[in-house]
Design a protein around this ligand. Structure first.
Ligand SMILES: Cc1ncc(COP(=O)(O)O)c(C=O)c1O
Length: 416
């Protein structure tokens, strides 16, 4: 036996522990659930499990990527080009009713999609201990899975808090015991929420910001679906920061004190594959993130920054997208409106259906019709009493064109 190989065999077992608390991601779990099942009928077969918009990439984006291709030979700046910073600051200012000059380069970090930022915020904003204890991350339940990754990466514990009617379906972090809030280093709010599509009210965001400042934790607003809404634009966390700074209930010297938001072009502009998003907010979190990313981040290539700047400046394609999503929800309402406690969400493009047993429904839809949906349980975690709030649900995403979607929705209504 070669010497190196025999030495390897004798070496101690590799024992990784940091991410062992995380279950497999929802998609491989779903694939495992469906393994060995063959659909009887595939006439309406469609994958409604992955939130990947199927509308066309805007033409101007493709044109800019082609025009700028010579700059692939350059290392891009971690903090973004001037044009990218200007476009994103202007969009945030418009969208959040902020005063000109309130958002500057010091408030912005370009990201290769918001997911990587939602994960790595844990490394920046969670210290090893909070008040001598293991730090805590507050997460909605169900929730976007990278929130759990952020906590695991930082060695923190996560407290999953189900949505409450009292707070419009958002997690009521203000109702948590004082000791819990004192241990909290980071809290996530998903607005509009994935999967339920609930919208956070202005009063709720104000209350959460006040709490974050009082207990010294970073409040994260995941606003990835902010531009896909039914009739009311969701209120942005930065909007509330600006309002509080102006009315004297906030911190005028640092309006975004203890707050950061994440957004991206994936849903707004049908550019999930471009990988382009940002974090914006408290300049102390931004500076530390830029420091981390100068050591280990993957800055956005220059052609992508140029195309992204244009996509943040252009609203017509977003207005068009919203109209297309409204039509899809009209279809969903037509076929599912009186079933499974269907509710038209305030935002996002997910339908969250109470089918009694999400895993069983997922298997039935696949076996009978070749339709893939996610069991709600895979998007949530059991609470202290072992109750998983996602178990009765399935999540469908309305991202396909109307004809495909209509046939599939009809099949779902007839199959379940
Ligand atoms: C709630 C939520 N936040 C963030 C993201 C991340 O999107 P991206 O990394 O494409 O910006 C997603 C993607 O599905 C999401 O559902």
């Amino acid at each position: 036996m070669p010497r190196l190989f025999s030495r390897l065999l004798r070496s101690p077992a590799v024992n990784f522990t940091r991410f062992q608390s995380l279950p497999p991601y929802p998609f491989p779990r779903m694939r495992a659930l469906l393994e060995g099942l063959t659909p009887d009928d595939t006439s309406a077969a469609l994958n409604l499990s992955v939130g990947e918009p199927q509308h066309a990439v805007p033409d101007f984006v493709t044109e800019i990527l082609t025009r700028e291709q010579a700059s692939y030979n350059k290392y891009p700046p971690v903090q973004g080009t001037d044009a990218w910073q200007t476009a994103v600051a202007a969009w945030l200012t418009r969208r959040n009713n902020l005063a000109p000059g309130q958002v500057t380069a010091a408030h912005l970090v370009p990201l290769a999609g918001s997911r990587e930022g939602l994960f790595s915020i844990g490394l920046v904003a969670i210290n090893r201990q909070k008040q001598g204890q293991v730090p805590l991350v507050l997460s909605p339940n169900p929730f976007y899975q990278p929130y759990a990754g952020a906590a695991a990466a930082a060695g923190a514990e996560t407290l999953y808090v189900a949505g409450s009617d009292a707070t419009g379906g958002m997690p009521d972090y203000a109702a948590l015991p004082k000791e819990t809030l004192q241990r909290t280093a980071l809290a996530f709010i998903c607005n509009p929420s994935n999967p339920e599509g609930a919208l956070a009210s202005r009063a709720y965001l104000k209350q959460m910001l006040t709490l974050a400042r009082e207990y010294d934790f970073i409040l994260v607003g995941d606003e990835c679906y902010s531009e896909i809404y039914h009739d009311q634009p969701p209120v942005g966390l930065m909007d509330v920061c600006g309002e509080m700074a102006a009315d004297g209930s906030g911190t005028p010297a640092n309006p975004f004190d203890h707050a950061v938001v994440f957004n991206s072009l994936s849903k707004r502009s049908n550019l999930a594959g471009l990988r382009s998003g940002f974090m914006a907010g408290d300049p102390r979190v931004v500076a530390e993130t830029i420091r981390m990313r100068s050591y280990g981040g993957a800055p956005l290539p220059l052609p992508i920054q140029a195309a992204s700047a244009a996509a943040w400046e252009e609203e017509e394609h977003v207005i068009h997208n919203r109209a297309l999503y409204r039509r899809k929800f009209d279809l969903a309402e037509q076929y599912l409106g009186d079933k499974f406690n269907f509710q038209r969400p305030g935002g996002g493009f997910c339908v969250w259906l109470n089918v009694g047993d999400g895993e069983a429904a997922c298997r039935t839809l696949w076996r009978k019709a070749g339709i893939k949906v996610l069991p709600g349980a895979y998007l949530a975690r059991p609470d202290a009493a072992g109750h998983n709030p996602g178990t009765p649900y399935i999540r469908l995403v309305l991202v396909h064109d109307d004809a495909l979607l209509e046939a599939t929705l009809e099949k779902i209504a007839n199959t379940l």
